[in-house]
Design a protein around this ligand. Structure first.
Ligand SMILES: [Zn+2]
Length: 487
């Protein structure tokens, strides 16, 4: 009996070894997302050595990668990159959306609490993300041995990429000037994160969202994660997701061609150079798979466009809500029939419509008509009946792929091309629409099994997760609709 047992143990060990030997995988996958990095940024700057220049020369570039849904915003973008599917499936319908009738942020979770900052701050988690990510699939493929860490200044950019069971996700809390997490992940910050907060107390107290220092702090914490968690040092593939958030916030304030944004990109170039060097030394170029992409692009600002006679326009969304509600009140005698506006979508107040005994379809028709009044708006669409509208198929598809029932607004407004939400006197840029400026993003792979090269073939944001999983011989995330990029 004892001999039989020993024999079985040996057989099982051999089987396990063979199984492991059949799959070749890198030690580490590094996901790098640059918030609001339009594709053309890659070619707008004279990069220094080791950073973007290395990605452009040694990496494989997809020059025509498109986001296939609207709204093109941060939370939806990060979720899509890592799930290979769109808001219609993964549920992250925007940076904010309705959940059980309440306006919530994409990662808000009132059943959890903040950890590491001021006590009793609101909890956060990836629970609103209803499909699996690359990291989740890696865990399934390795019997939950694979380990992931997510890091960013923005909470959603740390939480959504790192999936449902990372060993940690950390983001910057301006209020407490520190990197924090939530009880979803742990009850106390790991020593290396609290040490980092102590060591950089002065720097973290600066406004990281608008300074190149924000990029430096993001990568410095990512490097600490690499060292202290031993990512890429185990038997199975680990993952590190890094998102650079200050590129977005700065462009919103100052516009995509401002010297402030330039200085953040110069710093980003240096940080990427340093980080590639760290990865090369610790993991080895052939042992990690890195990708760089963006969650969305960004418009050129209205003053810049009009100064050069190019078509552009602004549509001020809060004013649009007030104006449409005024028209509806005139017609139905009820105030605020439109409840909220979020990222080019509008929500009707269903309870109010029922209480006033109004006909829903009639209010819907009137609301769309009212929202189409401003010349900046080309269409206001009742999404449930989108197939009855004479709009191009490409736009219909993008609206459908971005629509998650209950969470998304039931009316989608399409501004004329070049028009974006904002005010003409603002110099800042924005995003959220289907147009090239917002939906054309960079996509570059570097490292493990990646040849230098480029393609201008049409690829999609959803292809990224499909490609990474295919390369790793890991099943794609459960709602992935992308196709592996085989080149
Ligand atoms: Zn943004």
């Amino acid at each position: 009996m004892e001999r039989m047992k020993r024999f079985l143990v040996v057989v099982m060990a051999v089987v396990a070894l063979c199984a492991a030997a059949q799959v070749e995988r890198p030690k580490l996958v590094v996901g790098l997302v640059v918030d609001q990095m339009r594709w053309d940024y890659l070619y707008n700057y004279q990069w220094g050595e080791g950073g973007f220049k290395t990605l452009l020369t040694d990496g494989y570039r997809c020059n025509n990668t498109i986001i296939d849904y609207v709204p093109t915003v941060t939370a939806a973008g990060h979720a899509t990159i890592y799930t290979g599917t769109t808001p219609a499936f993964h549920g992250i319908a925007g940076n904010n959306f309705m959940l059980h009738g309440k306006n919530v942020t994409s990662v808000q979770d009132d059943t959890e609490r903040g950890v590491g900052g001021n006590d009793n701050t609101r909890g956060k988690s990836p629970r609103n993300l209803v499909t699996t990510t690359i990291a989740d699939q890696l865990q399934l493929a390795t019997n939950f041995k694979s380990r992931t860490v997510g890091i960013a200044l923005k909470d959603r950019a740390a939480i959504l990429p790192s999936g449902h069971h990372p060993i940690g996700a950390y983001w910057y809390d301006k209020g407490s000037a520190s990197f924090v997490t939530s009880t979803y992940y742990m009850n106390r910050l790991p020593r290396w994160v609290s040490d980092f907060n102590k060591k950089h107390r002065g720097e973290l107290a600066s406004d990281l969202n608008n300074l190149p220092l924000g990029t430096t702090m993001t990568f410095a914490l990512a490097e600490q994660a690499l060292i202290n968690e031993g990512l890429g040092q185990g038997d199975v593939t680990d993952m590190l997701t890094i998102s650079v958030s200050n590129t977005d916030m700065c462009a919103h304030y100052y516009g995509s061609h401002s010297p402030k944004v330039d200085s953040i990109y110069w710093q980003l170039d240096r940080e990427i150079a340093h980080f590639i060097q760290v990865l090369d030394e610790r993991i080895g170029r052939g042992n990690y798979l890195l990708f760089l992409t963006a969650d969305h692009g960004g418009t050129h600002s209205y003053p810049r466009m009009t100064a050069h006679g190019l078509p552009s326009g602004c549509w001020h969304n809060p004013d649009a809500l007030v104006a449409a509600n005024a028209l509806l009140e005139k017609q139905f005698g009820v105030k605020k029939l439109l409840k909220e506006e979020m990222e080019y979508t509008f929500y009707l107040d269903h309870e109010l419509i029922a209480a006033a005994h109004l006909d829903y379809d009639e209010v819907m028709r009137a609301a769309c008509k009212a929202l189409e009044q401003p010349e900046e708006i080309q269409w206001a669409i009742d999404v449930a009946n989108i197939d009855s509208y004479p709009i191009p198929t490409i736009l219909k598809e993008r609206i459908k792929l971005g629509y998650f029932p209950e969470r998304s607004g039931e009316i989608y407004v399409v501004p004329r091309t070049g028009v974006y939400a904002g005010k003409t006197e603002w110099a800042g840029s924005n995003h959220g629409t289907w147009s090239q400026s917002d939906s054309h993003i960079p996509l570059i792979f570097l490292g493990w099994h990646i040849p230098a090269g480029e393609t201008s073939r049409l690829t999609h944001m959803t292809d990224l997760a499909a490609t990474v999983c295919a390369m790793l011989h890991v099943q794609a995330p459960n709602a992935c609709i992308g196709t592996p990029i085989f080149e």
